[in-house]
Write a new protein. Sequence first.
Length: 462
Amino acid sequence: MKRFSVLSLVVLSAVSAYAQEKPAGAAAPAPEEVRIRALEEQVRTLAEEVALLRGELKTMRDAKQADPATGGHLLLASTRIEPGVLPSSTSSTAAPTAAPDPNPAAPAAQLAQTQTYGGATSNAKLLNPDISLIGDFIGTAGRNTVSPSRSLELHESEVGLQAIIDPYARADAFISFGETGVNVEEGYVTFTSLPAGLLLRVGKMRAEFGKVNTIHNHALPFIDRPLVTNNLVGGEDGIDDAGISLSRFLPAPKNWFLQGTAQVFRGDSSDVFTASRRQDASVVGHLRLYRDLGESTNIDLGASYARGHNTAGVGTAFHPENFLTNLYSADATLRWKPLRRSIYHSFLLRNEFFWSARDQLSPLNVFQTQHAFGLYSDSEYRVNRRWTVGGRFDRSGRATNASLTDTGFSGILTYWPSEFSQIRGQYRYGHLWDVPNDRFTNANEFLFQFLFVMGAHGAHPF
């Protein structure tokens, strides 16, 4: 009621002032534009006074909320109150027409409150990185004499630590805990504010070689990795090494996104590259071309190259530094993901092709180069919010013997209880070369997987 009384007094005083401004005994009314101008001036004055009253009322409410136990009259500062600073002048909240008290009481203590975030403990948390844990439990049933897996295992527990270091850099670390030990899967710092639009990454990281090599196990749309990854690109770990990566956006035709990446690694990546000397570094180059075909559809193209030393010449009469492995890759991904229905329906089709040229010795102890080829084709369709179906076709030669070609296919079904967990089943068939028995054999297996996520885990490149 007090607020409405003050507003009524302001309006009545303005109207009275306007009425007094009209000259008495005027023979004719003032011109139209003069009256409009006077009304505009009065409206502007009223708006300023109403804004002032609203500000004082808001300050009074904030002061009452800060100390609800006062219950008495609160004095409002006529100027902005800074945290921890008392204002130099105050004004009472009484009506403007009230006469001043000849014997004013002592003014109430001013209230100044600083902003807090739950105390010292919560403030300390602001400096902590984002921490997450991802569990990957896998079970296998069926027959596979070439590359058998355990019946049940906690395949991987990945701990992620991610934080912004300062406005110029961020850090990411992913530590993998398995039944066989602990491994730093990735740990690197990224400098995002370099000249000429360059992006620098330093540490241990997955190489930008193709698509599947850059993806962590828990982010794959299938339980296992394609045959071509195992045969030509080092298996589960792939090309993952300590090194330096430099990337930049490049000029491209209209509506195309082009990125180039150049990387130098120490030269130790599973059984793909092995450095026997300090200068046996490996190099990786990658070009990525991306374009939106519409609101819901995009295409992603890539080409990769990797070069490093292998162990074929170690312990022979030849110079080990002359034995190299050259890898080439091309990938194409088509995505359909409607913006308004992406959690219910989506489709992905990906094809990736690999070529391997590995220097080694023939059975007759003659220097030769094995040229092997491999590919996989994967598709995935989200039926509704909970269910996803997919399939994959595999075909790959072997790096050390290109004439031996493994083939296979898989059917995958995934259930999503929520965005933080997955339950997946996969049927896998393989026509694989059995080295001990020197013949091809068939593998028929059923795999199931339970994935769960705890904490804030940043998205991986898609």
